[in-house]
Design a binder for this molecule. Sequence first.
Ligand SMILES: [Zn+2]
Length: 204
Amino acid sequence: MAIIPYFLIQYVRKETKKYKLIKNFDLSNVNSVIIPPVLQQKYDAVDFSKIQPLFRNIVKRFVRIIEEKIPKDFLTNFYNNINETNISFYPMIKASERYYSHNNQIKLSMFYLTRSLNHELLHLASRSIRGKEGDNNYSVNSGFHHANYYSDIGRGINEGYTVCLDRKYFSKFHMETRTYNLLATIAKLTETIVGEKKDGITLF
Ligand SMILES: [Zn+2]
């Protein structure tokens, strides 16, 4: 009977060795969880004249709420990204939306403009890049999603927590989405286990 737990422990040990929490950002051949470096603050406010008029009012409301709820110290990523993003629609036939974190572009669905823009702006708010594309230490981080040449982790929990934040701050402005519902439930439970609600947004 004891043989099964033994093999299980060995297997878990082997698997967990593939991941290593690093802070020094040296090159590594293992899959790595990256803690983003200190960010350069390029902007400390949003220049709304850079946002296309069609999207400007939704972005303004998003900024007002986010600045009310989140201390300015945590908004460095957001200011850097919002002032350099490009927001546009997918062609009519595509009822989809996405934030492309590697190049800071938002593509929206015409059918769910408000809902999809709030969601994608939350992705944008938490995005940072480390290193330069082509370098071994290059990584793209957005919320709890971290991707580099060796690994791509946290995509699901990131979508789940983004939905939780969207529901918390913006649900009165648009219909609720059931997309990522299961992931949102897992993220919510994780937040409860972590204990301090403010820690979730800080880590994000
Ligand atoms: Zn998303």
